[in-house]
Write a protein that binds this ligand. Structure first.
Ligand code: PEP
Ligand code: MG
Length: 658
């Protein structure tokens, strides 16, 4: 029996909707297939279904054979035709998506030179902030290799039985872990996603088919998982790209079970140790005695990997992506680690140990003392609210921002969405991120910054010309206006997400009022297109970042046309002072408290206040407690900063405005 339908699920069968759909399909005994463009896959395989990349408005045929075929088709079709299918339970999807987190781009570049000791630093990617000093626990499990040997025909049934029992064993272990009352919601989301993949019958059938062709079970499991993982990594969807890591991890777990081994080493981590590894599987790390682990260092991985997410969720400082330096580090007996700057010191000197010990102590003391300011709401004597918001670059940082008491988001750096995958994110992928961000902070505002990339921050899919001075070059709004094909996709996603009611948008690197006007024209064009397509949208408030001297000088004119200002002191300081923000040799000039920069900020504040628009700040200076009182006097009413600075800023504000 067959029935055709058009998918109405908002944004298609991604993530949660796909998983839910498969669960529904599995509740029927009939064989059920989905057909699109002549290609059929089992409706009971989440892996295959996700790889199909089914989008909203796709035409599909559902085919079912079996006793409950009719009922199954009606229920599944109703599901596919429900726009909100699978979206009701966002929490676990978010937990799994936390795999996409990125490091705070606010961390200073690793500048070991400024430290009060002479140890030589190894640098890596700052993936989870905090400091640690501890003994090294080297975790280098065996590599799994694919064998060329062919097994004899009579051994095939036994090999298949071995595979099945290994899969079952992994599944059982995962279920036991999930049933453990102590597991955190984020870890349970990640392990839940892995266990879906282990239980995928179609993937298992592919392994069995390989064994029937003469492959041994280990090779069949590894080859199948590697091929499936690769297919996920090539999809145009951040969520599915992350599933690649899950599939590789599952392949490894099955292989280890077949070999009678386990990556159990982590169970033996002594209290207070820093784990050093080539890479750590999410499942292994989530089950490890995390309370005993004081730090994590890996050769591979970046701020977007599962390890980084788990580390951040558990407050474990981590430095990832250190590459070949891991070889030396693994042989050190002790290590000092700065997860905020991505610095590592093998065999630290007494001076380095003491430096970090006092940092750790200071951080603990400060954290507990500041908690009472978390829910403070500040008002000036005239009743105007002063907002303290967070600068974030990914959805996974939402929790930390909320924990710190952020009242909204003052800067969402969208470029990280573009930089972490191999292709440009589609309108739907962007829409989903902006929508979730807005939902998380509603009704408080979230200010989303349009793409701010340039020659120094390349993005796959955008060809940047070689430039002598990338910081003065084709970047931010300049690049976007030259590439409406890219910019309009972002604007459309923002317009659609703005029906949430709390999204504001701002433009980076504005230096000419025409840039604001041309953007408005593009917004109007996108709105017209959405009208024709009958897609709901809302026109958002459009503000500008003040981060070029040109914008400072034309602030009075800009204030007539912009809905708000947000002062980006990181760039403003480097451009006012003509001092590269990444060059530590001139760090003394790169200081927002320099009178030249402070005067520029005063001019901007006056222009904004005179025009009656909100003036906020989202550069690092917004979190400087030595400057906040000055900024409040100038008339700034919004301060947005890295989450780790929020409590300190709230305390400072409570002292000056109450
Ligand atoms: C700034 O320049 O102050 C700013 C907030 O933007 P970014 O640091 O992302 O350049
Ligand atoms: Mg900037």
């Amino acid at each position: 029996m067959e029935r055709s339908t058009i998918v109405r699920v908002l944004d298609g069968l991604h993530a949660r909707p796909a998983t839910r759909f498969v669960k529904l399909a599995k509740s029927y005994t009939s064989d059920i297939e989905i057909l699109r463009d002549g290609k059929a896959v089992s409706a009971k395989s989440s892996v295959k279904l996700m790889l199909m990349g089914i989008k909203e408005h796709d035409s599909l045929i559902l085919r079912a054979v079996g006793d409950d075929a009719e009922q199954a088709l009606s229920v599944l079709i109703a599901y596919l035709e429900n726009p909100r299918a699978g979206l009701e339970d966002e929490t676990s999807a978010l937990a799994v998506q936390s795999a996409l987190a990125v490091a705070s781009p606010d961390s200073d570049p690793a500048t070991a030179a400024q430290l009060p000791f002479a140890d030589v630093a190894v640098t890596g990617i700052p993936a989870s902030e905090g400091f640690a000093v501890g003994s090294v626990f080297a975790y280098f499990p065996d590599q799994i290799t694919v064998s060329d040997r062919t097994i004899a025909a009579e051994d095939i049934p036994a090999e298949i039985a071995k595979l099945k029992s290994a899969v079952l064993g992994v599944q059982t272990r995962m279920q036991a872990t999930l049933a453990d009352a102590g597991i955190s919601p984020a870890d349970s989301g990640i392990i839940g996603a892995l266990s879906e993949i282990v239980g995928d019958e179609v993937m298992c059938d592919e392994m069995i088919a390989m064994i029937k062709q003469g492959r041994d079970a280990v090779s069949a499991a590894k080859l199948t998982a590697d091929a499936t993982g690769l297919a996920f990594s090539r999809m145009d969807d951040v969520y599915f790209n992350t599933r690649a890591d899950d599939v590789f991890a599952v392949g490894r777990l099955i292989c280890l079970a077949l070999l009678g081994k386990q990556d159990t080493g982590l169970q033996n981590v002594p209290a207070g140790a820093i784990v050093i590894a080539e890479d750590i599987g999410a499942f292994d790390l989530a089950r490890a005695p995390l309370k005993r682990i004081k730090g994590i260092v890996c050769a591979r991985g970046g701020a977007t990997s599962h390890i980084a997410i788990i580390a951040r969720a558990h407050g474990i400082p981590a430095v990832l992506g250190v590459g070949e330096a891991i070889e030396n580090l693994r042989h050190a007996s002790e290590l000092a680690l700065d997860g905020s700057k991505g610095l590592l010191f093998g065999q630290p000197s007494e001076a380095a140990r003491q430096f970090y010990a006092s940092k750790i102590h200071g951080a603990e003391q400060e954290r507990s003392g500041l908690q009472r300011f978390k829910d403070y709401h500040h008002r000036r004597v005239d009743g105007t609210a002063i907002e303290v918001a967070a600068n974030i670059g990914s959805l996974e940082e939402i929790e930390a921002a909320q924990d710190a008491g952020a009242m909204g988001v003052g800067l969402f750096r969208t470029e990280l969405l573009f930089m972490r995958q191999k292709i440009l994110p589609s309108e739907d992928v962007q829409f989903e991120s902006y929508w979730k961000l807005a939902q998380a902070f509603a009704p408080n505002p979230v200010i989303i910054r349009t793409l701010d990339v340039g020659g120094d921050k390349p993005v796959a899919g955008i060809q940047f010309p070689p430039e002598e001075n990338p910081f003065l070059g084709w970047r931010g709004i300049r690049m976007c206006l030259d590439r409406p094909d890219i910019f309009k996709i972002q604007i459309r996603a923002l317009l659609r997400a703005s029906i949430s009611g709390n999204i504001k948008v701002m433009l980076p690197m504005v230096s000419d009022i025409d840039e604001l006007r041309r953007t408005r024209a593009l917004i109007a064009q996108c709105a017209e297109e959405l009208d024709i397509e009958r897609k709901p949208y809302t026109i958002f408030e459009l503000g500008v970042m003040i981060e070029t001297p040109a914008a400072v000088f034309i602030a009075p004119e800009l204030a007539q046309e912009a809905a708000f200002f947000s002062i980006g002191t990181n760039d403003l300081t480097q451009y006012v002072m003509a001092a590269d923000r990444l060059n530590s040799a001139i760090a003394h000039l790169n200081d927002a408290s320099n009178p030249a920069v402070m005067r520029a900020i005063t001019m901007v504040a006056k222009a904004g206040c005179d025009a009656g628009i909100m003036v906020g700040m989202c550069g690092e200076a917004a979190g400087r407690v030595d400057l906040i009182p000055e900024f409040v006097k100038m008339g700034l009413t919004e301060f947005s900063m890295s989450s780790s600075l929020i409590l300190r800023a709230k305390k400072c504000l409570s002292e000056i405005v109450g």
